[in-house]
Ligand binder design. Structure first.
Ligand code: ADP
Ligand code: MG
Length: 242
C-alpha cells in the first residue's frame, strides 16, 4: 500500500483552476522531489496532502485511509505528516527546545521529560545540540530551518513535506540544510520535497515530478526527468534553472 495516494485532485481558488486532475502516489521510504515553474501548483499540491487546502474534487489517502472523507479523523491523519515551510514558522517566544516539545506535549500528550528527550535527540540529529536554550532570533536562517526540521521529526511523522526549505536562506547556509535532508533520506524517511535545488533532486530523489499549469507533465528517475526530459515544457524549465 502506498503511503500517500492522490486521485484526480482538483483545486481552484475562485476561477483559478490550480490543480487539474492530479494522480500521484508516494511509496513508503521514497524521496520524491517536485519541480516546476512558480505558480504551477506545487505548494498547493503539498498543502492538499495534509489538507491545509481543501480540494474541490478528488481523494487523498494516507496509509489507505481517505483523509478527504468527511468522517475522517483529520487530526490523527495530520499527526503522521510533518511539514517544513520556506519561512520556518518557529514560535519566536519559545526556546529552541520548547519549539520542539510544545506539540509533543499538547498534541501527543507526552510528558515533558520524555518530550525533551526526544527533542534533544532530534536537535542532535540536525547538528544543533548546543542551541537548545537559544531563541529563534539568535539563530541564522539555516539554524532556524534545522530547528523546524527537528520540531517536525519530534512528532514521529511517517512522511515529511518540505516546501522550498532552502529558498529563503542565504546561499552559504543552504548546504547545511540540504545535508540534514540528505541524511534523513538515507535514514529511510519518506519525503515529498518541493525544491529548486536541482543538484539535490538529482542526487537524493528516487523520483522527480515536473509540474506545470496544475498538471504533472512528467515524472520518473532524476536521470530521466532532469537528465533526459521527454517534454518540451520540462526542457524549457530546466534550461532556465540549470
Ligand atoms: P507554486 O508553489 O508552484 O509556485 P502555488 O501552489 O503557490 O504554486 O500557486 C498556484 C496558483 O494558486 C497561483 O496562481 C497562486 O496565485 C494561487 N494560489 C495559491 N494559494 C492561494 C490562496 N490561498 N488563495 C488564492 N490563490 C492562491
Ligand atoms: Mg510554492
Amino acid at each position: 500500500m502506498a503511503l500517500v495516494e492522490i486521485k484526480n485532485l482538483n483545486k481552484s481558488f475562485g476561477s483559478n483552476h490550480v490543480l487539474r486532475g492530479i494522480d500521484f502516489t508516494v511509496e513508503q521510504g521514497e524521496v520524491v522531489c517536485v519541480i516546476g515553474p512558480s505558480g504551477s501548483g506545487k505548494s498547493t499540491l503539498l498543502r492538499c496532502v495534509n489538507l491545509l487546502e481543501q480540494p474541490q474534487e478528488g481523494q487523498v489517502f494516507v496509509r489507505g485511509e481517505e483523509i478527504t472523507d468527511r468522517d475522517c479523523h483529520l487530526d490523527a491523519a495530520r499527526q503522521q505528516i510533518g511539514m517544513v515551510f520556506q519561512q520556518f514558522n518557529l514560535f519566536p517566544h519559545l526556546s529552541v527546545l520548547q519549539n520542539c516539545t510544545v506539540a509533543q506535549i499538547t498534541v501527543l500528550k507526552r510528558k515533558q521529560a520524555h518530550a525533551e528527550q526526544i527533542a534533544r535527540a532530534n536537535l542532535e540529529r540536525v547538528g544543533l545540540s548546543e542551541k537548545v536554550t537559544a531563541y529563534p532570533a539568535q539563530l541564522s536562517g539555516g539554524q532556524m530551518q534545522r530547528v523546524a526540521i527537528a520540531r517536525a521529526l519530534s512528532m514521529d511523522p511517517a512522511l515529511m513535506l518540505f516546501d522550498e526549505p532552502t529558498s529563503a536562506l542565504d546561499p552559504e547556509l543552504v548546504g547545511d540544510v540540504l545535508t540534514v535532508m540528505r541524511k534523513l533520506a538515507l535514514d529511510g524517511m519518506t519525503m515529498l520535497v518541493v525544491t529548486h535545488e536541482m543538484a539535490f533532486a538529482r542526487e537524493v530523489a528516487d523520483r522527480v515530478v515536473f509540474m506545470d499549469g496544475g498538471v504533472i507533465v512528467e515524472q520518473g528517475p532524476p536521470a530521466d526527468v532532469i537528465g533526459n526530459p521527454q517534454h518540451q515544457r520540462t526542457r524549457t524549465f530546466l534550461r532556465r534553472v540549470l
